[in-house]
Design a protein around this ligand. Structure first.
Ligand SMILES: [Zn+2]
Length: 237
């Protein structure tokens, strides 16, 4: 076996692993903590995909200062706050979005943050064509946007020795052989998609533990029911 062949399949296998992880991750409602840990660009991408699932057509690139979206012919702008910024979004940011809504002939603007808004910002939005989406609302919207989406049970992985694609099950953590007999270990750990809940219940500053845990219980229940349907009994921590 040549070194070149190894390199080629390694690259393909890594790309497939990344692609499959992203595909499966799109089915999982992110936690508030996970959203807050994102850098601005992936956060914006998450929000753009959520808007699309909610029926908005996103017509700008993900790097635009404001995402421009269309729903039933009406234009809506979407601004995203920096997920890592601890301070609540101030009035100034909403006034800027308001200006952009006017300049773009849009009907409304959404300001989406994984944090909160100042009371002044909330008061401003109440009398302007602006809708505020704070951390709690965002997680609820992420959940709503995925209603009816069922996590696939299988994903593809590539044999690094011969490039053959094998199908792994998310609930099975054992290597399976390709037709050449090379072992292909699972490339995705279920827990990397669905973070196990910390038992001490600790959360962020305003992480709304009740709300989050209800969603996680629903996710857990769905997983459990799926497992029972398949007849599996393997306990998961
Ligand atoms: Zn193989």
């Amino acid at each position: 076996m040549t070194q070149a062949a190894l390199v080629r399949y390694d690259v393909g296998a890594d790309e497939l692993r990344q692609r499959e992880f992203s595909r499966l991750a799109s089915f999982v409602v992110p936690t508030l903590e996970a959203l807050r840990s994102l850098t601005p660009r992936p956060f914006r991408v998450e929000v753009a995909h959520m808007m699309e699932r909610l029926g908005y057509e996103v017509i700008t690139g993900e790097d635009a200062a404001y995402l421009v979206t269309l729903k039933t012919g009406a234009k809506h702008l979407v601004a995203c706050g920096s997920p890592a910024t601890f301070e609540p979004t101030p009035l100034r940011d909403l006034a800027r979005l308001h200006d952009a809504v006017i300049a773009a002939n849009a009907v409304s603007g959404f300001f989406v943050t994984a944090r909160r808004f100042t009371p002044e910002a909330e008061a401003y939005a109440a009398t302007a064509p602006l809708k505020l989406v704070d951390g709690k609302t965002l997680v609820a919207s992420m959940q709503r946007s995925r209603e009816g989406m069922i996590m696939p049970e299988t994903y593809a992985a590539m044999c690094r020795q011969c490039g053959e694609i094998v199908k792994h099950r998310l609930d099975c953590a054992e290597a399976i052989p390709c037709t050449e007999g090379h072992p292909v270990p699972p490339t995705i750990a279920l827990a990397a998609l669905i973070a196990p809940k910390r038992s001490d219940g600790s959360g962020g500053d305003d992480a709304a533990p009740k709300q989050s845990s209800r969603f996680e219980v629903r996710q857990h229940n769905a997983k459990f029911q799926a497992r029972m349907r398949r007849g599996g009994t393997k306990p998961k921590q």
